[in-house]
Design a protein around this ligand. Structure first.
Ligand SMILES: NC(=O)C1=CN([C@@H]2O[C@H](COP(=O)(O)OP(=O)(O)OC[C@H]3O[C@@H](n4cnc5c(N)ncnc54)[C@H](O)[C@@H]3O)[C@@H](O)[C@H]2O)[C@@H](O)CC1
Ligand SMILES: [K+]
Length: 489
């Protein structure tokens, strides 16, 4: 997994890399610009659209000059808009790249930019070196950039966004951010979504090992990380190896939730799925999911099950005793979602009874109910960290770039997923996936890493076909394809 470093650590990482590989900082900047232009090539942007590159005086601006040069070479019509006075001294590498701008590239001051022009704007004004409050001239530049009506692509980070903190002032509103080496922490906060847009990660050749000497509790999960966390099954594996799981949920009017969870557990590979639902409602489940069994007895021996997921469609009325009884009679890690979390929010005295290493999967509303409202995502992450450490529990903060918060303090941002997953029942699908992996003897950490990633990937695959018409059932149907895509047998 990629470590997410702070802005200050980036500088140290760069110099360590430069020493180790004997490459100059200028070459590293060139790699970033080449990575950007390779991505640009893959997007097939029309050559009829002129490109406006806003460049600052630091290395972010240096990236911009190099990108301008490379795009000009690719036959785009490129103009550079300088976001600095003529007397300003540029960083060394920015200066070198400025001098390399070729003849066909128009160079103007940012004040001369006409924001009503058609084209694509590249924001290479400020990068991770931006500190403190914006200077007044910078405010004007950012307003000018934001008055542009076409597509804005940010280089490394939208100008004005602090790399490790929440936004306090003005900031470029990009529709795409092309970031180098690893996503900067603030790119992953929901409150910055309007500024960051889609995140594209460009590798600049810094190996995972070079991050080792930097401490960070934040990580970024990519597709290449997943296979190492999966369990291998063999020719003689039998139904029992794939786990016997129980889903507790489903009440009058809310049976769909447990239908979705049980289907997704089956699609994730569970050998046997049983459900404990309100008995009058059982026909809905048995018709919708014939592969699942209903357990209607009052006192189930929970120990029969390899894993249990509780909460989808459960309701809260009169269900506290059920939760308490479950905590008393089952000691393996549970998956707690939806109404199970709402019950915990209402009955905080039950929290110490939750089996250690269990997984809670709140969306932002459930998170706030459980741990109180937070002023921003940074505060939410801190609350999650303290909660997980204190109780020895794991938690997923669901949303774009869902965060897996582990009991040991690590917080892992997921890279898979799509806006099309913002649909009813999407969370129930995750509960089914996580319970299924736990039942297949995955550790909670393995189940979380694989489960959250596969869930996002299934959403992406479904979203590619169904776009805004994607529903939770489409995500379930795409689960098998995620195993194919990641080459997991
Ligand atoms: N490993 C990496 O991540 C690499 C980073 N590179 C680029 O280098 C950037 C970092 O470069 P630098 O450290 O030179 O910094 P930046 O270029 O991000 O920022 C420095 C500039 O911001 C201005 N500035 C700072 N605070 C300000 C404020 N409050 N108001 C107005 N202006 C302010 C400074 O005057 C200076 O001109 C990265 O974001 C990335 O684009 C790449 O070139 C190569 C590799
Ligand atoms: K920028």
């Amino acid at each position: 997994m990629l470590k997410i470093l702070s802005g200050n650590q980036v500088k140290k990482l760069d110099s360590a890399h430069l020493e180790l590989k004997v490459i100059s900082s200028f070459e590293l900047m060139e790699r970033a610009a080449v990575g950007f232009s390779n991505w640009w090539k893959s997007k097939l942007f029309s050559k009829n659209l002129p490109v406006f590159v806003f460049c600052g005086a630091g290395n972010n601006g240096g990236d911009g000059f190099a990108i301008a040069r490379l795009l000009h070479k690719m036959d785009y019509t490129v103009s550079v808009f300088k976001c600095f006075e003529d007397r300003t001294s540029l960083s060394e590498d920015a200066g070198k790249n400025y001098a390399l701008l070729s003849e066909g590239i128009e160079i103007k001051s940012w004040q001369e930019f006409d924001p009503t022009r058609k084209g694509i704007l590249i924001d290479a004004f400020l990068g991770v070196g931006f500190k403190g409050a914006l200077r007044s001239d910078a405010e004007g530049i950012i307003e000018k950039i934001n008055s542009f009506t076409g597509k804005i692509i940010a280089v490394d980070i939208p100008s004005g966004l602090p790399s490790d903190d929440v936004l306090k002032g003005n900031c470029v509103r990009a529709s795409i951010t092309v970031t180098f080496a690893f996503p900067k922490l603030s790119l992953l906060f929901p409150e910055h979504a309007r500024n960051v847009g889609e995140i594209v990660l460009v590798d600049i050749g810094i190996s995972d090992g070079e991050y080792d000497s930097f401490s960070s509790s934040f990580f970024y999960l990519r597709d290449r990380d997943i296979s190492g966390f999966h369990r291998e099954f063999h020719r003689f594996s039998h139904k029992g190896d794939f786990g016997k799981v129980l889903l507790i949920g489903g009440s009058k009017g809310k049976m769909g939730a447990v239908v979705l969870s049980s289907k997704s557990a089956l699609r994730t590979g569970s050998g046997l799925v049983s459900c404990k639902v309100d008995s009058e409602e059982r026909l809905i489940l048995q018709t919708a999911v014939p592969e699942a069994m209903c357990r209607l007895e009052e006192k189930i021996d929970y120990r029969e099950f390899d894993a249990i997921g509780v909460g989808p469609g459960l309701g809260t009325e009169g269900k506290t005793a059920l939760l308490e009884d479950l905590f008393e009679r089952y000691s393996k890690p549970l998956v707690l979602d939806a109404d199970a979390i709402n019950l915990l929010a209402l009955n905080q005295h039950l929290i110490p009874m939750i089996p250690k290493n269990s997984i809670l999967t709140p969306h932002l509303g459930e998170f706030d109910r459980l741990l109180g409202t937070s002023v921003n995502h940074l505060e939410r992450l801190e609350k999650a960290f303290l909660f997980c450490k204190k109780w020895g529990l794991n938690l997923v903060i669901k949303g774009a770039n869902s965060v897996i918060c582990l009991a040991d303090g690590r917080q892992i941002f997921n890279s898979s997923g799509t806006k099309y997953m913002a649909t009813g029942g999407s969370g129930d699908v995750l509960t089914g996936i996580l319970t299924s992996f736990l039942g297949q003897s995955y550790s909670p950490e393995q189940a979380l890493i694989c489960g959250v990633f596969h869930h996002g990937l299934a959403g992406e695959l479904a979203g590619k076909i169904k776009r805004r018409g994607t529903i939770a059932s489409d995500i379930i149907e795409a689960i098998p394809d995620t195993f194919i895509q990641l080459d997991i047998s």
